[in-house]
Design a protein around this ligand. Structure first.
Ligand code: AMP
Ligand code: MG
Length: 347
């Protein structure tokens, strides 16, 4: 299959990309689209055959549910039920964070097929704020299932070129909307009523950090995603192994944790490249990749993480060594992704 790359470099090109992507989606084919978090592989969420094409292209196991994207804030009513006892906090959250990188798990409506939710009684929904994605989903006119546009177990793509590397020949179309502005997958939460405050569980850390969610309820940071893992007993821990480069990765807690082995080639993934942090002199690095040079900004580190990890992965070193990141704001999500990547390489 030929994979077409549509640009959005001019208004005319964008109009054409929007129309063509939308009509391809209507025929039941998947299309890779830019979002503010990472590139997604989108298909008509209400068409089980279209949804099956996503799983096929990604080689994704059927027990891993998809996120459903909405064309507007009120469209959640078409796919999910909001229990009365959380309606107030749900409304506050979507008024604050939508459109944006917050995904909320809710009881699903019957019309959503089991293919989308992997048989779970719940559905994960969000509304993207990417201008190109927004135009396409509005033109399409309904919910789109859209997991990250990578093959299963690989890192999420943050540019159209990375999608091409992952899925060329497997999907008909990619819309290039430039580099993603957040670069890390959305924060996923579930909400339950609580006394005196609602309880918000973070199922996957992301760009919206625990500090921002605290204003709306009692925040609980869950390690792993129990809703999904309980549903997939045949693959315990497998979902932990997401987000990993092929090269083994070691996440350090402090500089004392590491001394190089004779003859091995290492690359360093550094937060801000500062001597005083104590990592730069630990080895004769083949490559020193700095995510946010200078005093260090976590938002910049987050948006560059997967892009830089892909580059380091192509060097053919024996190991990628990662400095720890401050676990606040999006830094909590960066630490989460690096921990998962290092779990994979140790197993
Ligand atoms: P992505 O690959 O970025 O689309 O993310 C999909 C992830 O969302 C899955 O791997 C799950 O961790 C999570 N997810 C999707 N649906 C649900 C759900 N109903 N309950 C809990 N987590 C979900
Ligand atoms: Mg994914």
């Amino acid at each position: 299959m030929l994979t077409e790359l549509l640009t959005t470099e001019s208004e005319a090109a964008t109009r054409e990309a929007v129309n063509r992507a939308s009509s391809t989606l209507h025929t039941g084919e998947p299309v890779a689209l830019p979002t503010e978090t990472v590139y997604g592989l989108a298909a008509d969420a209400l068409n089980p055959t279209a949804v099956a094409r996503i799983f096929e292209a990604k080689e994704r196991p059927s027990f891993d549910p998809l996120i459903v994207h909405l064309p507007n804030k009120t469209a959640y009513k078409d796919v999910a039920d909001v229990p009365e006892d959380i309606q107030k906090v749900f409304t506050q959250l979507i008024e604050t964070f939508w459109p944006g990188p917050l995904t909320i798990v809710l009881p699903k409506k019957a019309l959503l097929s089991d293919e989308v939710t992997a048989g779970l009684p719940t559905v994960a929904i969000r509304m993207s704020n990417h201008p190109v994605f927004t135009k396409i989903i509005r033109n399409f006119g309904g919910p789109l299932a859209a997991p990250s546009a990578n093959r299963f177990g690989k890192m999420s793509p943050t540019s159209a070129a990375s999608v091409m590397k992952e899925l060329e020949g497997r999907i008909p179309m990619i819309v290039d909307g430039g580099a993603c502005s957040r670069g890390l997958e959305s924060t996923i939460i579930s909400i339950t009523a609580g006394d005196p405050k609602p309880a918000i569980k973070i199922l996957r850390p992301g760009p919206i950090g625990p500090e921002e969610l605290k204003k709306f309820g009692k925040v609980d940071k869950v390690i792993g995603n129990p809703a999904v893992e309980e549903n997939a007993p045949e693959a315990p821990g497998l979902l932990e192994n997401h987000y990993a480069p092929t090269t083994p990765l070691r996440l350090l807690e402090s500089p004392q944790d590491f001394s190089p082995e004779e003859g091995k080639r290492y690359a360093l993934l550094s937060y801000r490249g500062q001597e005083k942090d104590g990592y730069l002199d630990l080895a004769d690095w083949v490559e020193l990749a700095i995510l946010s040079p200078g005093s260090g900004r976590l938002a910049e580190a987050g948006l560059r993480l997967f892009h830089v990890l892909r580059q380091l992965d192509e060097l053919g070193v024996d190991e990628i060594v990662a400095e720890p990141f401050p676990a606040r704001g999006i830094g909590f999500a960066i630490q989460d992704r690096l921990k998962r990547a290092s779990i994979k390489s140790q197993s």
